[in-house]
Design a protein around this ligand. Sequence first.
Ligand code: FE2
Length: 225
Amino acid sequence: MIIDFHAHIQPGADHGCKNLDMSHNQLLLASQSEVEVVVSVSHFYPLKEELESYLQRQTKAKAELLSLCESNPKLPKVMIGTEVTLCSGLDKMDGLERLCIEGTNCILIEMPFTKWDNKLIETLDSIKYELDLNPILAHVDRYDPKEIEALFSLDIPGQINFYSLLPLFGRKRLLNWINGGHISAIGSDIHDLEPGYKGFDKALKIIGKENISAIMEKSGRLLNL
Ligand SMILES: [Fe+2]
């Protein structure tokens, strides 16, 4: 089973998908790439928005998306989640567990693109070991490898955006992470229709059959599939 663990297809929920028609076309593209499950996330920036207002917007988008899927049973299965940008103290936010991917205790965490301090890392550690949630690091291919490897050593797995495997530059490092068992998910991080899933099949080939089935098994376990 091929799972896209990171796709912005919730209509109007963030700066990704604009409307339901786009959601439909995004899911058609996923389906053409033989994706069977799409984890549909929208961005939540805890320093910019209250949780309740975010959840209201997400609930509306979710209802639209699920009714689209009900009337088009050939589309991939959609699971609703959130891409949560980590900030210090996020572990103390009431209701953080409501941002987990539906039906799971798995939460997609986007590390900030600013310098990480100890407090930030302690927050991540607390989300995993105090709150007993299951964080997975979004698009680990986009950060300083040394900093990401320090998070792997806390036993926190990563998600890779597939297109980062296409250029030769940096590929070896990503394959080392995959071979080392640190990667539990592959995502498109699709925000609109372009470039969509172009190169997805090539990226899967680069990762290799055995690694793909190991990664998809881990994704499936995280999603309770
Ligand atoms: Fe994203």
